[in-house]
Design a protein around this ligand. Structure first.
Ligand code: DOR
Length: 452
């Protein structure tokens, strides 16, 4: 139901501050943000609102995840827009930007619009879809509308879905002519091929997954990210580098604030901030990702870069595969794992360990994605903005288990992990889509719009 709600006496975490106040939601929008504690009867216009008691809870803007794979169309045995958008909403993610390595690959404007039509019917969260790039679809890329599409995704390293763009002229063309933000996956193919051959010689087909970060090596990441930055500088491209995984690549980035005309922005993913190569022995192929999870010192460098502004955004690269697919040996096990239901609570757990503040979590997961993509009226708790909001109980421990995992694939690399924070309510555009472990699926999310 898109009703009228007053979230009262809650700690509002927004734009670098944490303060007690109330938020009035009406007609899908935030109609008032009131500082201090006030009796609901004394708040203008709140008379007929449903009151949601926020005592002891935190209110954050809904998370905007700028990198997910929801697998529809074509790979719906792994996941689909309905199942994964539900999991997202239960995790406090109210908007997502989805990747083009679906089947068919999203390589034409018509295929792109088909995904928007599917989402309108099936997605509980707000959505945007990236236009895909190949070695020969520049004529389609240039038709992308910057106001209605989040960006163009370029795989400058092959991953799930065979979408490698490796023709130097095509890359030049995309960086020069893309009408909107170019988001890149950077891993140098030639380096990966050479490393693979080396490890195959040593181990045959039984390569241990702990070799993954040595095959998809730091050199592979650096070489490809460096090329992306060089091309962006040459053509003044609005570049966004996805899922950075090494300390080395951070030297390529500026710590200018994202709203100060920064043309090159960067993302880190929850798995690279949480796990390290020490976890391969425990979790095996379940943490096989591209780019690979690397060393403890890389993880620490990523966190430092998050804090000093070289990395702008935290996202998930939510990339579900079935448990059976993930149980295969190294070469036959696809890379990626599901994360959207657990990204916010994982980052809040890191804030509990004092690695970053809750306000910084809101900055990197809510404000910064809104800012760097120019998302229209989302990502902040401000009057007149869409009421995409997450209510968190920071003292309600729970453990990830097969009973509470909502992904279609039914598993999580966090299984057995206890998180202290729990998402109790999620509003998507003023619709209370998740309340105390229950969904209200009567309203779907909206297409994101961009001011740029
Ligand atoms: O590990 C990954 N899995 N990295 C990617 O870039 C793609 C993703 C997938 O689609 O499975």
């Amino acid at each position: 139901m898109k009703g009228k709600f007053l979230i009262s006496a809650v700690t509002i975490i927004n734009e670098g501050r944490a303060f007690v106040g109330s938020v009035l939601i009406n007609n899908g929008l935030i109609s008032m943000v009131i500082e201090g504690i006030h009796h609901p009867n004394t708040i203008d216009g709140a008379g007929d609102a449903e009151i949601i008691d926020g005592h002891g809870k935190w209110l954050l803007p809904g998370v905007i995840d700028d990198q997910v794979h929801f697998r529809e169309p074509g790979l719906t045995h792994k996941a689909d827009l309905f199942t994964e958008s539900r999991a997202a909403v239960a995790g406090g993610v109210t908007s997502f930007m989805e990747m083009p390595n679906t089947v068919p690959n999203t390589l034409t404007q018509e295929l792109l619009e088909q995904k928007y039509r599917l989402a309108r019917e099936k997605s509980l969260a707000n959505y945007s879809f990236y236009m895909g790039a190949s070695n020969d679809n520049l004529t389609e890329i240039v038709k992308t509308d910057p106001r209605t599409v989040c960006g163009v995704k370029v795989f400058m390293g092959a991953s799930t879905g065979n979408m490698l763009v490796d023709n130097p002229q095509t890359l030049e063309g995309i960086f020069k002519h893309s009408p909107t933000l170019v988001a890149v996956h950077c891993e140098d193919e030639e380096t990966i091929r050479t490393n693979t051959a080396m490890f195959r010689e040593k181990y045959g087909e039984n390569i241990p997954v702990s070799a993954h970060p040595l095959i998809r090596s730091r050199e592979a990441c650096y070489k490809s990210s460096k090329l992306a930055v060089e091309l962006a500088v040459k053509h003044n491209t609005r570049l966004h580098i996805l899922h950075l995984s090494t300390a080395d690549e951070l030297a390529l980035l500026s710590n200018k604030p994202a709203n100060a005309g920064k043309r090159i922005t960067a993302e880190a993913c929850v798995h690279h901030l949480w796990f390290s190569d020490k976890d391969y022995s425990r979790l095996g192929t379940h943490i096989k990702w591209n780019p690979a999870i690397k060393s403890v010192s890389d993880r620490e460098a990523l966190l430092a870069a998050l804090l000093d502004g070289r990395i702008d955004v935290v996202a998930t690269d939510h990339a579900p595969h079935t448990f059976a697919e993930k149980s295969n040996s190294y070469f036959n096990c696809p890379s990626g794992g599901p994360l959207v239901q657990h990204s916010l609570v994982a980052m809040l757990e890191m804030s509990r360990e004092e690695k970053l503040s809750p306000a910084m979590v809101a900055e990197k997961m809510c404000h910064a994605p809104a800012r760097i993509f120019g998302v229209d009226r989302r990502g902040f708790i401000r009057q007149g903005y869409h009421a995409d909001l997450v209510l968190v109980d920071p003292e309600s421990p729970w453990t990830v288990s097969s009973e509470n995992i909502l992904y279609k694939c039914g598993w999580s690399p966090f299984e057995g992990q206890t998180f202290h924070s729990k998402i109790t309510h999620t509003f998507v555009g003023g619709h209370l889509a998740w309340r105390n472990n229950n969904f209200d699926e009567s309203h779907m999310g909206e297409r994101l719009l961009f001011n740029r």
